[in-house]
Design a protein around this ligand. Structure first.
Ligand SMILES: Cc1cc2nc3c(=O)[nH]c(=O)nc-3n(C[C@H](O)[C@H](O)[C@H](O)COP(=O)(O)OP(=O)(O)OC[C@H]3O[C@@H](n4cnc5c(N)ncnc54)[C@H](O)[C@@H]3O)c2cc1C
Length: 374
């Protein structure tokens, strides 16, 4: 087998004949593509295998990076560490591929009741929130197109990442180098050998699963505490609604794009885990939007998308090593925050794969007790 330190020119593999590689990456979504890119940057050999036809969360995600989230307006887990890594990663990718995927955008969040205003007051006095919260705006001050009887507040450092553009760009580049196979992976065909793992004509020292919500079917990691949650989102146009470019977070959020279109999102459902858009959720999104806006507007839907977020019970990512099967790894649990977490998590895993650097306990798979495996 070729050493890992071979340069990128030497990592081209002929995918039509039995191949040896160091890393077989399963799942070519956000996590899989970023991990492959990191390994390539480090001169490591890999083959990325994933199906472009299968459902994927990145295809429907708005890619929003939101520093303050949830009903309790809490600062996103590890935000101050994750954001610099995310910005550096997307900047590097933009430079390398001549694309723009990272867009900073001011965010306005509307208080829903008097308790929200009190909560905001506490947050504004909390030094931890100083770099992400702006100030309270009285009703009518910040966003005149919206109903805001309880006022609103500004959130700093929000952004959105064009995840479909990024993933497609990386996959295309890997395909051109013979490093991407567009196909469905079948777990039953993976066999352990004395010196690694065999999958059809491929031999790999390490197999890394980056399957998103489909990991619930992975027999090698039966208990990673995934709690997948379906989400639906609408891409829209309106002949009458022209909003200043901000991310507006009412009961649902509305994200205007430079071409005048906008996205409304997202619903949350832990029971229906299909990727089928539903009439009920469409109506829920439209109703919330009409309720949030002061005037009545005609909204034309250009796309209605649904996908499943790979969330975990403790809402933190999972990266790790299989406890008993040498050479099996996983990265998952990016939940509804893949745009901010994937850069740092793939960096952690890539370091671990190369140097054995310990995985931080708070994201280590070891925090969940694994059931007996195959
Ligand atoms: C409605 C919605 C809105 C969202 N909004 C945001 C947002 O605003 N901000 C944000 O940061 N995140 C958001 N997310 C979450 C974000 O999309 C995920 O965190 C991220 O995509 C997870 O990356 P992943 O690579 O783990 O999974 P995915 O992006 O789902 O990629 C997994 C890939 O593996 C492939 N795969 C799985 N099994 C196999 C197999 N057996 N064979 C071949 N291929 C396989 C899948 O087809 C897929 O391509 C949203 C998600 C949804 C559903």
């Amino acid at each position: 087998m070729l050493p890992d330190t071979f340069s990128i020119q030497h990592t081209f593999i002929n995918i039509s004949s039995p191949s040896h590689t160091s890393h077989l990456i399963v799942g070519a979504g956000l996590a899989g593509c970023l991990l492959a890119w990191r390994l390539q940057q480090a001169g490591q050999r890999f083959l990325l295998l994933g199906s472009t036809a299968m459902p994927a969360a990145y295809k429907v995600a708005a890619g929003v990076i939101n520093p303050v989230t949830g009903r309790w307006m809490t600062k996103t887990w590890n935000f101050d560490q994750l954001l610099p890594e995310a910005q550096a990663t997307y900047h590097s990718l933009e430079q390398q591929f001549g694309i723009q995927v990272y867009h900073r955008i001011p965010e306005i969040r509307f208080c829903q009741n008097a308790d929200d205003i009190k909560r905001l007051g506490r947050r504004l006095r909390n030094p931890r929130y100083q770099n992400v919260l702006n100030r309270y705006f009285a009703p009518g001050q910040a966003a005149p197109d919206f109903n805001d009887p309880h006022g609103s507040f500004g959130i700093e450092q929000a952004a959105y990442v064009d995840l479909p553009k990024l993933v497609t760009c990386l996959r295309t580049a890997f395909a051109q180098q013979g490093l991407f196979r567009d196909e469905t992976f079948h777990h039953s065909a993976l066999q352990q050998k004395a010196d690694g793992w065999q999958y059809q004509d491929l031999h790999a020292t390490k197999v890394i699963f980056c399957e998103g919500a489909a990991a619930i079917h992975n027999p090698w990691f039966p208990n990673i505490a995934l709690q997948p949650a379906k989400g639906e989102t609408l891409l829209c146009n309106s002949p009458t609604l022209q909003l200043p470019r901000k991310l507006y977070h009412h009961k649902k959020w509305l994200l205007p794009y430079p071409d005048g279109s906008f996205r409304i999102g997202a619903t949350y459902d832990e029971t229906d885990l299909s990727d089928t858009p539903t009439q009920t959720r469409k109506e829920e999104l439209l109703a919330a939007t009409h309720e949030a806006l002061k005037e009545s507007h005609t909204i034309q839907i250009t796309a209605h998308l649904a996908g499943v977020r790979p969330s975990t019970l403790d809402s933190r990512p999972v990266i790790g090593v299989h406890p008993s099967q040498a050479g099996l790894y996983l990265i998952n649990g990016l939940g509804s925050k893949g745009a901010s977490t994937a850069p740092a998590m793939t960096q952690q895993l890539a370091h671990h794969l190369r140097t054995g650097t310990p995985i931080p306990p708070e994201v280590d798979i070891a925090r969940f007790s694994l059931k007996p495996t195959l």
